[in-house]
Design a protein around this ligand. Structure first.
Ligand code: G16
Length: 606
């Protein structure tokens, strides 16, 4: 492109807009808020201004999102601002689409890790559409979400911003067409610079990474077995194109295994949060709904809007996210080639159950406990302290990227199923049970488990795990859309009770505090990360306010109780809701939830 055709950079006067403080994972607001004049531009300029100019100049950035309403115009705006701020090249996924873990993969691996960082346009599991949510976050050159130091600097910049720079509207690219478009940009100081936009295949880099982690041959063998039925629900989020390419094209699963795999700007009117309340299609298909389908698959999974969360189901069986990461840790070395040398260490967020700690202890590796937010795992991974992480909030992942990774988790579970079916481990839950509790049966498939080539059900894998490590009964109550003042009062009431009371009903309080985290790598301290009550029998109740909502407050109440393996199958396999009811009542009493919020029931129970 010649200098005559150069795109001019404009300078635009602006002023600070309130409330641009990033939450647990970026800035999430209603679409109508993002549509205010200068709203997106202010945040993007504040981010550029928080990055070192010498690093940004001539750099490569990734810009893409989960396809929700406002994604494409926002990509176009950020691309024009990147050109104006001296960035050399922008990679955009086809259609403006890249899943959150795929952005991390592109930053870390494409062209040998050339990218300096990236903007991800997503409000994750929150609904989309003209009246729903939008979001933006910045990821650094390690592929992970910006640490608090950087998000604080971005926020400070938003409170002082006076101007931003953007290239003229003639800088346009067809986001649906793969390929590179070259531009000449004329900056405000009259200098010229080169700028390129490359629309890249949204799956390719991510798929290449997964191929190096999993045994695609054995996964393909499993998915092609006529006696194995699998269902994946993308909830109309960005996971769709990845599922089509990976499960169907690469691994040979029938196309009919996929549900809701066409990305939609409003997620088909649904709430793209993979849990028992919102993943309705999957829950019904796996026999966990009101009606029983004629044929129930042995395995089902769903991802959220940006494909970083996952839910794992077996036939009529739900795997809690806390159990899921513990079970992946238990099988990692045997079932996943990437981990064949063993795990360096593992980590979980504080409210996540301690099931993972028990596996770590058995394997002689360290288990780190960090505040809620994937960004806290990044330092541990960068410092080679941990290779596998998980959160109760349906997030699981490893150090292959620096985001949680929904499809990775699905492949991890399929690898465990393939491993169990390969007959390499001669465990037989039926025999074990017969010794343990004569006369107790947990399903016919259990009798076949471990025998050569026989499929082992998800339920049996989980029950075997509990019998070996014990079970951390776990539930989370969400009170969504609570008035902020009332939610604050609940937290204040709980803090007020700490130190004041020592026992609630039969539960003796061992320790009560507000969780504080000191990062072992850089020494940074994060305070006020959840109110905890730890009881003498190892049970816990925890309260915190969600950091991912776009308006009002969501109170999360986490309840956990451990039952040791020697308690026997009847106690270990008991119904979780019933087993936890006494402790749930304690949590409700402590928090005065009903009195202070006026809510008799939570909105979501997981
Ligand atoms: C984000 C973070 C997660 C975190 C979750 C908690 O998830 O990336 O690490 O566990 O928020 O959300 P809350 O603060 O609402 O409890 P996502 O999937 O929304 O990006």
């Amino acid at each position: 492109m010649s200098k005559q055709d150069a795109v001019a950079v404009k300078h635009v006067d602006t002023k600070p807009i309130d409330g641009q403080k990033p939450g647990t994972s970026g800035l999430r607001k209603k679409v109508t808020v993002f549509q205010q004049e200068h709203y997106l531009e202010n945040f993007v300029q504040a981010t550029f201004d928080a990055l070192p100019g010498e690093k940004l100049s001539g750099s490569t950035l990734v810009v893409s999102g989960d396809g929700r309403y406002l994604t494409k115009p926002s990509v176009a705006t950020i691309v024009r601002m990147a050109a104006a701020n001296g960035v050399g090249k922008v990679w955009v996924g086809r259609g403006g689409l890249l899943s959150t873990p795929a952005v991390s993969a592109v930053i870390r691996t494409r062209s040998g890790g050339e990218a300096y960082g990236g903007f991800i346009l997503t409000a994750s599991h929150n609904p989309g559409g003209p009246h729903e949510d939008f979001g933006i976050k910045y990821n650094c050159d390690n592929g992970g979400p910006a640490p608090e130091k950087l998000t604080n600097a971005i926020y400070q910049n938003t409170t002082k911003i006076k101007e931003y720079w953007i290239a003229d509207e003639s800088l346009q690219v067809d986001l649906d067409k793969l390929g590179r478009t070259q531009f000449m940009v004329q900056h405000q100081d009259g200098k010229f610079g080169h700028f390129a936009v490359e629309v890249i295949d949204e799956v390719e880099d991510y798929l290449r990474l997964l191929r190096g982690i999993y045994d695609f041959n054995s996964l393909s063998h499993l998915l092609r077995r006529p006696d194995f039925k699998f269902t994946f629900d993308a909830m109309h989020g960005v996971a769709g194109p990845y599922a089509k390419r990976i499960f169907v094209k690469e691994l040979g699963a029938p196309e009919s295994s996929l549900l809701n795999c066409d990305p939609k700007e409003d997620f088909g009117g649904g709430h793209p949060d993979p849990n028992l309340t919102y993943a309705k299609a999957l829950v019904a298909a796996l026999g966990l709904g009101d009606k029983q389908p004629a044929e129930i698959p042995q395995f089902g999974a769903a991802c959220d809007g940006d494909a970083d969360r996952n839910m794992i189901l077996g036939s009529k069986f739900f795997v809690t996210p806390s159990d899921s990461v513990a079970i992946i840790a238990a099988y990692a070395k045997d079932a996943i080639p990437y981990f064949s040398k063993g795990l360096k260490g593992v980590a979980r967020s504080m409210p996540t159950s301690a099931a993972l700690d028990r596996v770590a202890e058995a394997k002689g590796i360290k288990c780190y406990e960090v505040p809620t937010g994937w960004k806290f795992f990044g330092n541990l991974m960068d410092d080679n302290r941990c290779s596998l992480c998980g959160e109760e909030s349906f997030g699981t992942g490893s150090d292959h990227v620096r985001e949680k990774d929904g499809l990775w988790a699905v492949l991890a579970w399929l690898s465990i199923l393939a491993f169990k079916a390969s007959g390499s481990r001669k465990e037989n839950l039926g025999d074990k049970l017969a010794k343990f509790a004569p006369g107790l049966h947990i399903g016919d498939k259990a009798k076949d488990s471990g025998s050569s080539g026989q499929l082992v059900s998800v339920e049996d894998i989980v029950k075997q795990h509990w019998m070996h490590y014990g079970r951390n009964f776990y539930t989370r109550y969400d009170y969504e859309g609570v008035e902020s003042g009332k939610a604050d009062k609940v937290i204040k009431t709980l803090l007020g009770k700490q130190g004041e009371i020592t026992q609630v009903r039969n539960f003796v309080i061992d320790k009560a505090d507000e969780f504080m985290y000191k990062d072992p790598v850089d020494g940074s301290v994060s305070e006020h990360q959840g109110v905890r009550f730890l009881f003498s029998d190892g049970s816990r109740v925890i309260f915190r306010l969600s950091g991912t909502g776009s308006s009002g407050a969501t109170i999360r109440m986490y309840v956990e109780q451990y039952v040791a393996p020697d308690a026997g199958p009847e106690k270990l396999f008991a119904d979780a809701a019933k087993a936890l009811q006494p402790l749930v009542n304690v949590a409700l009493t402590l928090s005065k939830m009903k009195e202070l919020t006026g809510r008799n029931e939570p909105t979501v129970i997981t």
